[in-house]
Design a protein around this ligand. Structure first.
Ligand code: HEM
Ligand code: HEM
Length: 260
């Protein structure tokens, strides 16, 4: 994917999420702000209650979007036969988008009223969502290939060596010598080189510093990321089990059918 197309897709994701939050709030704010006992008398009650046409629809659509974002990523990541369909890190961005949009719709489906066993499912979903943000941070700390595969320490060291060589051969700069006082070193060489080269050197040094920092904490981050999966996954599982029970109870026991 070209950088422009990538930026465009992220912007579209953000716009869809913002438009959804703003329009759902605009439509229902006066209803959601009412105390539970007064809601029944609101003209919006029939539409916006969790079993109403709009509220129920949000529950179904939101759950579908979230589960699609979840399983599409898992399938793409785990099954070799799908490895050619798109780059994994873009699938993760799609996962984050769908698993944010879906829970927002589900939040409006509950009409901000949490009761019964399904509230455990709701809070599990909230925990998975929040832990996702922490996991995304760890994920970004681990150097990867463009495809999204984690690099080994050896591979990261090779990248550092390449940067070392580029700085030395092209600009006669030894990274290990300048790393203690970069600013004054850069200032001193800035007089003898063009502005374009200066910017290039600055970028190379910044990249190398980033790599050095990442090498220093690579093991720690990989361990933390592995442990993190043990928090993210079980809550996702609890949420799915309760979601299945909830759907069975409301559809088969209580008999809510939405439009079907
Ligand atoms: C993770 C997804 C979901 C969560 C967290 C969730 C959560 C909730 C909550 C908190 C309530 C209100 C309970 C109360 O009145 O105290 C509710 C009601 C309801 N939900 Fe969901 N829901 C989800 C998905 C769905 C789906 C997919 C359907 C469609 C089958 C659905 C259909 C309903 C219905 C019909 C009610 C009204 C039940 C009643 O008034 O007794 N929900 N849901
Ligand atoms: C309620 C919504 C969410 C659910 C149910 C969910 C569920 C999952 C599951 C089950 C996995 C494991 C996939 C696998 O290893 O095959 C996963 C991975 C991941 N999720 Fe989520 N997620 C949600 C939201 C988020 C959010 C909002 C973010 C980030 C802001 C996020 C970031 C991640 C990351 C970084 C991974 C690890 C990717 C990897 O190891 O390859 N998730 N998610």
């Amino acid at each position: 994917m070209k950088p422009f197309v990538h930026k465009l897709s992220i912007s579209i994701y953000l716009i869809i999420i913002l438009v959804t939050i703003v329009s759902l709030t605009y439509i229902g704010l006066s209803f959601y702000r009412l105390p539970i006992e007064e809601r029944f008398y609101s003209p919006l009650y029939q539409q916006l209650k969790p079993s109403g046409f709009f509220g129920h629809g949000l529950g179904i659509l939101g759950s579908f979007i979230m589960l699609f974002g979840l399983f599409s990523y898992m399938i793409r990541k785990r099954f070799q036969i799908f490895s050619r369909i798109g780059v994994l890190k873009y699938w993760l961005e799609f996962h984050i988008f769908m698993c944010t949009l879906g829970p927002i719709m589900i939040l409006f489906h509950t009409s901000f009223k949490f009761g019964g066993i399904v509230s455990v499912g709701f809070w599990s979903m909230a925990i998975v969502w929040a832990s996702g943000i922490v996991g995304r941070f760890f994920y970004l700390q681990i150097p990867r290939t463009i495809e999204g595969r984690e690099l080994s320490l050896l591979e990261v060291q090779e990248i550092k060596e390449k940067l070392d060589i580029e700085l030395l051969e092209k600009y006669n700069i030894n990274f290990s010598e300048i790393s203690t006082d970069k600013i004054s070193h850069l200032k001193s060489i800035s007089k003898s080189i063009s502005g374009k080269d200066y910017r290039k050197i600055k970028r190379l040094i910044r990249n190398e510093e980033k790599i050095v920092r990442r090498i220093a904490r690579l093991d720690k981050m990989k361990n933390l990321f592995n442990y993190w999966h043990f928090a993210h996954l079980p809550f996702a599982l609890i949420m799915i089990i309760i979601l299945i029970i909830h759907v069975v109870v409301v559809s088969f026991w209580l008999g809510y059918k939405w439009i079907f």
